[in-house]
Design a protein around this ligand. Structure first.
Ligand code: UDP
Length: 239
């Protein structure tokens, strides 16, 4: 096994990544597999922060579309990310991995508040830090939390987990000529509106020079390959 090329990573997991075959909620088998993959990284000395989404439970925009006040809907979305964070914590603890859930909204009896220096200390001690509640503000997404957090905690790279193995020129399901980009610049992602992450997230990564790797979380071993420096998924970086 090659030595890890990254010392500290931030992994953005959407709520959908926890769904498995279900339409709603969390598939315990998927959670176990993800926890085992993260455990393997910790065993190799990689420090891991997770930003976890909530779309498998609630998304503010969806609730607002059905008539709910948007701010309340986003609060529900953020609380959904805390639920996912607790589920991931439980799965990691079953693996014997030490973890802390840190929330951007105060919910002290359930988990810690997000405090940057404390988060970094946890990482240095080999604990997986699960960052929940996104930015803590409505009208944002967990993608837009992942970029500032990756910079704040000094991650070497942000790994954006998706259901496809990178960024494609078109939808590979509907277009046979679609091809996967191995490498893209931030500006090209923005100019061509390629679906990587929210534009706000891309702009912050560009301005702070935080590389992003978009990869298929459902491919077993993909995470390990990335930390060994293999060319997996699509890398977004400066030109
Ligand atoms: N959310 C928010 N502010 C944030 C992050 C998330 O209001 O900083 C809410 C928003 O309603 C969002 C929901 O939490 O729809 C779940 O987050 P997201 O949609 O990013 O989850 P994912 O798509 O990653 O599963």
């Amino acid at each position: 096994m090659a030595d890890p090329v990254y010392r500290r990573i931030l992994l953005k997991l959407s709520g959908e990544a926890l769904l498995g075959e279900a339409d709603y909620g969390i598939d315990p088998e998927v959670l176990r597999r993800l926890a085992a993959e993260v455990h393997a990284l910790i065993d190799r000395g990689v420090e891991v922060a997770l930003v976890i989404g909530g779309g498998n439970i609630f998304r503010g925009a969806g609730l607002a579309a059905s008539g709910m006040d948007r701010v309340s809907a986003d609060h529900m979305g953020m609380l959904a990310t805390v639920m996912n964070g607790l589920a991931m914590q439980d799965a990691l603890e079953h693996e014997g991995v030490f973890t802390r859930v840190m929330s951007a909204v105060k919910i002290n009896q359930v988990c810690e508040d997000y405090i940057r220096r404390r988060a970094v200390r946890h990482l240095e001690k080999g604990r997986v830090v699960i960052l929940a509640a996104g930015t803590g503000n409505p009208f944002f997404t967990t993608d837009s939390a992942a970029s500032p957090r990756s910079v704040e905690i000094g991650a070497d790279v942000m790994l954006k987990a998706t259901k496809v193995d990178g960024v494609y020129s078109a939808d590979p399901v509907n277009d046979d000529s679609a091809f996967r980009y191995e490498r893209l610049t931030y500006d090209r992602v923005l100019d061509e509106r390629l679906s990587v992450m929210d534009a706000t997230a891309i702009v912050m990564c560009r301005d702070q020079n935080m590389p992003i790797i978009v990869f298929d979380i459902n491919r077993p071993g993909a995470l390990a390959s990335i930390v060994e420096g293999e060319n997996v998924g699509t890398r977004v970086e400066r030109g």
